[in-house]
Design a protein around this ligand. Structure first.
Ligand code: NAP
Ligand code: ZN
Length: 349
């Protein structure tokens, strides 16, 4: 197989800082699209993965799954994309294509799904390598169209933070007349606030950072609750139809289950390193439910991007150079992100 060497940033171990590293990409096959990466968002999952907090990282690890770039080459069988087009790639780059989940457009639940980073690369060997790199080659079915009216850098985090919050809000039919809680104002949380508002729900943001209150209101929240304040929490008891938890670290989930109405649901999208303790009583009283959600399939990701195009929704970003990535991770751990770092990939050249 023909390959090309490109520049990237990688972690070589769970404790190493990310640093320049050469990687290999395949030349486009018949149905492949080659993309020169312009922008890549920085997800907290990138940090969990680089530091092996989920226990499956292979090194060298190249994170990045919020990719926007230009098509620079297409295989002869590619029908949907042309050279020069602006496109996106999210958390998935392939799946089996034949199982019931794939047929239903839920590629994220296919047992053969290939993640943008952290999966086995069956063609080149080793692990798949993500968007902290100059280019990527992806089969056309996993490439997304980016609405032309959206700022490309601010659209990049839609590919993960956007779809991960859009999908559960749609699944649980969040809309007018409902009270919806969002826990954590980070990359995911700030997009959940925007979507909950756009879907017509009453949106309440829970934060551990009192300084983020005015931003939360500007982003679309109707109310802000400082979760460390017991009085403010007690005032919200039993009042929510739905709560989306987008917290990256250990926290008390029961405090939020107690805020749900009868039959209310709390969906977890945050993926902390350690298990969360769930008490029985907050669940069994009022028949509440607790569930999870993983990104979104390709059809829904395109639907979300088109929705953002129509409603002019993008992410609030802070642009960084590739060599600022380690500093960005440290700020992310301090909840000091407003509200997504995006790497200007031109800085890698
Ligand atoms: P992020 O930008 O770092 O935001 C996380 C937010 O959680 C922080 O800004 C902070 O908000 C809050 N937080 C952090 N530590 C906390 C603590 N100890 N107690 C309470 N709140 C705390 O992260 P992200 O990129 O949005 O990702 C969030 C989580 O979702 C990560 O675990 C990530 O891996 C996961 N994720 C899951 C999926 C999926 O498909 N399910 C997809 C992408 C990411 P405040 O300052 O407002 O409290
Ligand atoms: Zn992500």
């Amino acid at each position: 197989m023909n390959t090309e060497k490109v520049k990237a940033y990688a972690a070589q171990s769970a404790t190493a800082a990310l640093a320049p590293h050469g990687i290999v990409r395949r030349e486009p096959g018949p149905t492949d699209v080659k993309i020169e990466i312009r922008y890549c968002g920085v997800c907290h999952s990138d940090l969990h993965f680089a530091r092996n907090e989920w226990g499956f990282t292979q090194y060298p690890a190249v994170p990045g799954h919020e990719i926007i770039g230009r098509v620079t080459a297409v295989g002869p069988g590619v029908k949907k994309f042309k050279v020069g087009e602006l496109v996106g790639v999210g958390c998935l780059v392939d799946s089996c294509g034949t199982c019931p989940d794939c047929h239903a457009g839920f590629e994220q639940f296919c047992t053969g799904m290939v993640m943008t980073y952290g999966s086995e690369d069956k063609r080149l060997g080793g692990g798949t390598l993500g968007g902290y790199s100059q280019s990527i080659v992806v089969t056309e079915n996993f490439v997304l169209r980016i609405p032309a009216n959206l700022n490309p850098a601010a659209a990049a985090p839609l590919l993960c933070a956007g779809i991960t919050t859009y999908s559960p809000l749609r699944h649980w039919k969040v809309g007018p007349g409902q009270k919806v809680g969002i826990v954590g104002l980070g990359g995911l949380g700030h997009m959940a606030v925007k979507f909950a508002r756009a879907f017509g729900a009453h949106a309440v943001l829970f934060t551990t950072s009192p300084g983020k209150a005015s931003d939360a209101l500007r982003l679309g929240a109707h109310e802000v609750v400082v979760s460390k304040d017991e009085k403010q929490m007690a005032a919200q008891a039993g009042s929510f139809d739905f709560i989306l938890d987008a917290v990256s670290a250990q926290h008390d989930i029961n405090a939020y289950l107690n805020l749900l109405k009868r039959d209310g649901n709390l969906t977890l999208v945050g993926a902390p390193e350690k298990p969360l303790a769930v008490a029985a009583f907050p669940l069994i009283f009022r028949r509440r439910s607790f569930s999870g959600s993983l990104i979104g399939g390709l059809p829904e990701t395109q639907e979300m991007l088109d929705f953002c195009g129509r409603h002019n929704i993008t992410c609030d970003i802070e642009m960084i150079r590739m060599d600022q990535i380690n500093e960005a991770y440290e700020r992310m751990l301090k909840s000091d992100v407003k509200y997504r770092f995006v790497i200007d990939m031109a800085s890698l050249k």
